[in-house]
Design a protein around this ligand. Structure first.
Ligand code: AP5
Length: 217
């Protein structure tokens, strides 16, 4: 399947992308994970993105497009991809669809996960993530804790809180989402590609997507 996944910070984009990836092997591509990996490796563009991320602001569109243009042409995208946290602005969406036209790619769906603000705030403060860049499993100390406290069930690495999980950064991320990313809902509705679901149950979101796409996927 070829999907764009939209939703506020903490809506569950990463959780749903991992579940959908298990359905048919489509690759999860998270721009947030890519940026965190670049910071970890000390690369120049990771250094450029770090200041924006720690403030809860978006990295520049040109930087993101350079990374994603190369990423979407990797062979593992041929059988499907789940774009988690990208596009995030109207200019990114326009550039992405120009790239799709150039590469002959047809997007199946834009999934919009709708979650009330109080639920999102609760989820972000209780989320924990595996620090191994190859794993990045997502946990929640209330709803989905690892079997052994602080240790990833999948790879045994430490499970930690992300750097942008301060109250100030979370508030800024939510404001940035409302101003810059929420307009994408209209962008995809106009193109007849939008599927909006509440994220009360991740399994129900997955069922809504597979139901809409049909057995071909
Ligand atoms: P990014 O990493 O994309 O963060 P985000 O959008 O803020 O989203 P999150 O990863 O915080 O949440 P999520 O929706 O994936 O939720 P999750 O599944 O973890 O981006 C970080 C930063 O990078 C940005 O602020 C920006 O600076 C930069 N950036 C990234 N992409 C960019 C772009 N395209 N352009 C410019 N800048 C960019 O779930 C959250 C918690 O809830 C977890 O604990 C989970 O276990 C729990 N949970 C999930 N679903 C459920 C459920 N159904 N019931 C109960 N708990 C649940």
């Amino acid at each position: 399947m070829k999907l764009v996944i939209l939703g506020a910070p903490g809506a569950g984009k990463g959780t749903i992308a991992k579940l959908l990836s298990a359905v048919d092997g489509s690759v999860q591509i998270s721009t947030g994970d890519i940026l965190r990996g670049a910071i970890e490796s000390g690369s120049e563009w990771g250094r450029q993105a770090q200041a924006y991320m720690s403030r809860g602001e978006l990295a520049p569109d040109a930087l993101i497009m350079e990374v994603m243009e190369a990423r979407l042409q990797q062979p593992d995208c041929e059988n499907g991809f789940l774009l988690d946290g990208f596009p995030r602005t109207i200019p990114q969406a326009q550039a992405l669809h120009q790239l799709f036209d150039k590469l002959g790619i047809t997007l199946d769906l834009a999934l919009n996960i709708e979650v009330p603000r109080d639920v999102v705030l609760e989820r972000l403060t209780t989320r924990r993530t595996c620090e191994n860049p190859e794993c990045q499993a997502i946990y929640n100390i209330k709803s989905k804790p690892p079997a052994r406290e602080g240790v990833c069930d999948k790879c045994g690495s430490a499970v930690v809180q992300r750097d942008d999980e301060t109250e100030a950064a979370i508030n800024r991320r939510l404001q940035t989402y409302t101003e810059k990313t929420a307009p994408l809902i209209g962008f995809y509705r106009q193109r007849g590609l939008l599927l909006t679901t509440p994220s009360t149950s991740s399994e129900e979101v997955v069922a809504a997507v597979t139901g809409r796409l049909g057995s071909a996927h």
